[in-house]
Write a protein that binds this ligand. Sequence first.
Ligand code: ASP
Length: 410
Amino acid sequence: MKKKLSLPMQILIALVLGIIVGLICYFAKWGAFTTNYLKPIGDIFVNLLKFIVVPVVLLSMIQGIISMEDMKKVGSVGWKTVVYFLCTTAIACVIGLVFANIFKAANLFPVLDGSGAEYEAKEYGGFMSTLVAIFPTNMWQSFSTANMLQVIVIALLFGGSILAAGEKARVVRNLVDSMYSVVEKLMSFVISLAPIGVFTYMAWVVATQGAEILGSLALVLLCAYLAYIVHAICVYSVAAKGFGKVNPLTFFKKASPAMIFAFTSTSSAATLPVSEKCATDMGADKDVASFVLPLGATINMDGTAIYQCVATVFLASCAGMPLTIGNMVLVVVTATLASIGTAGVSGAGMIMLAMVLEAIGVPVAYIGLIVAVDRLFDMGRTCLNVTGDISCSLCVTQWERKKAARKAAK
Ligand code: ASP
């Protein structure tokens, strides 16, 4: 019997074929064909993934909390996860700033005239109202608008209450279990279609955005991608080996389906089902992964933080504004916060970039200079965002195992 190609292999082949077909369409000037006929097929897959993301996040987190059996373990996993997210994001900002400053000092960034650039930033209500908005008033509204932070709060509240209700909640536990099994089946079905999504999106991006890659922003893109790669190699290899007990090469190999899917779909939330599979295949505990990954897809965005730092330095140089050390520290702080507030959907990082620019006084309209190539930045940053979530689930798994072993030895 012929052996079926593994999913990672299928996704890799789809990626390569997508690039080849995209290049052919680019040179034959068939960009419109890819936009009209290939991209919509990719959109169908992303729609399917988006459609299951609310049930996946909700049920996977409740399930994770229930199987931890104890709110203390939830707390212990929770604080380790958040500390890991904050530290890696702050490191990402520093790496992004170092690369951006090297490129700027070497005069590699183009100086574009931003006076005619147009971009309308979203209004922010400030920190306190953002905090208040995390708490839902109507659960159905949170689901229907896919407000992931609110969905996470709902999952935490219900998960905790199910544990607190103990034996009386047995029926609800079984219901969550059974519903999650159904959603898991649905996820595997949608994931099995991923190669088609990867192929169509890749062909479309290469065919329609090839010109921009060759254009004046190529070096800014290069700067961001170098920083993404250095962060992945230094931070995630060290984390995988040092804490997660996984060889870095194995880590990247096994994380590759999620990385490629994130790269082409530009949505961490849509990639969630694939990342859950990659993390558990690599040995992450299911309860930990079910908790860490949905949270990570919503608040942990190392790639976005790097992008925001690089873009800020670049746009400040276009505006003729030298950045002081104080400005840089402010960029690290605001980019870390802005990346936390960034939703795991396509293009969200650019919307939150306005917050960083505003903090240091660069005109927000300058975002107009990079809007056209945002998808190209987004592909790399989403790939990094998802890799960071997977690495965190492995590290927290090991930390929790060590803690349990220490307890058992006492
Ligand atoms: N697309 C990114 C993600 O889903 C967010 C961003 O735009 O930076 O992770």
